[in-house]
Every structure is written in structure tokens, then in C-alpha cells.
Design a protein. Sequence first.
Length: 217
Amino acid sequence: MTYVIAEPCIGEKNGACVDVCPAACIHTTPDAPQNYIDPAVCIECEQCVLVCPVDAVFLDKELPEEWRRFEGVNAAFFQANKPVSSLQAEEAARMADAVSDYASRAGLEVAVVVLDRDGRVLASCVSDSQHQDAAARKAYTALMYGVATHELKPTSQPLWRQSSDIDGQRVLLTPGGYPIVEGVDTLGAVGVAGAGPQQDMLCCQAAVGARLAAQAH
Ligand code: SF4
Ligand code: SF4
């Protein structure tokens, strides 16, 4: 069960409930028309009900029929505003190290670049500096399209982003770029260049594998 804020809050939104909520689970944004209760956090203490001047708060199973949809409205607010995650620097460093290890064992000289979800460089490792730009562009391409670069064609469309968000100057449609995907989110990407298509891809797989192995522990 959870408490739900319904239509009477719209236009009132005075925040009295926010001040008394011991679970800090009532939130809004400046543009939103009302406050919302996070159903995953509410401890059903009823404090918000007691202070609401317009009787906007109800236990979910006691919502008046005309406001039943507000159960979904409250939950949807937290879905839409949940923090977006990104690859972390520590994970990126681990991935870059894994590529270096693999490349040195295989006698390869490569450049590796790991990007966060916004396309910023989180980690890089370069034994072949002339390919650093290509590695960065492969990572960017995988990040923006949401798929590994060896699967892309010039006609491919990005999976989760708008085509207009992509900087064509940074795109490189050659093998050796892998996105880091969780659900429908691309958290970052790794790009490797310098050793040829197959070896660049194996280097990327070493990076992805190192991240997954660390998560499993
Ligand atoms: S019932 Fe209690 S925990 Fe739930 S939103 Fe209201 S004040 Fe917060
Ligand atoms: S106290 Fe009532 S009107 Fe005020 S923000 Fe909370 S639910 Fe909305």
C-alpha cells in the first residue's frame, strides 16, 4: 500500500506534506502541477494526510473513483525523474586496463578510449597514439547509436537517441566500438583502434567482460 496525492493538490501545492514526511518521499519539480508520493518509499505513516489543507492525500485503496488514475500519475513521476546512471570512472579505468592487458598479451599496439553517457572521456590508454582519435570516434559512435559499430550501416538509425543529437564529425562506422547498455539505457561506450577490425573487437570484448566480471563479485 501507499498514499497517493490526487487532484486537489493541483493549484495548491503548498508543500506542507513535504515538511512533515519522515520518509522524504514527497517530491515535485518547478514545472509539475502538484506534489507526488513515491510508492516505493512511502511508509504509510499518514502524516501528510493530517496536514493537507485541501484533503488531497488518500490511501491508494481508498482513492475516490474519479481520482483513481492518480495512483499511476504519482508512480509515473518517479519513473520519469529517476536519476540517469552513467559508467563510473572506476569501471572505465578497469575496462581500459583490461584492453591494455589483452593487447600486450596478444602483442598488439592499440588505443582505447572509454566514454561516459554524455560522451566525455572517462579513461584512455594509448600504446598507439596515432589511433586515439579513431578509438574515441568508435566509442562515440557506439554510444550514440546504442549498438556495436560493426553492426552499423550508413543507413542505421540510433536506437534511443535522436539523429539530430549526433555529431556526424565524430562518427566512425568501423568495427571496434561497443556500447555499455543496461535496459534501454546506454551508460557509456568503449572504442579501440590500431589492431584491425577483429582484434579491435576482441579488445572491446575484453573491456566489456572485465566490467561484467567485476559486477559479478
Ligand atoms: S504517508 Fe507518511 S511516508 Fe507516506 S508520503 Fe505521507 S508522510 Fe510520507
Ligand atoms: S499538503 Fe496537500 S496541497 Fe499541499 S503539497 Fe501536500 S498534497 Fe499538495
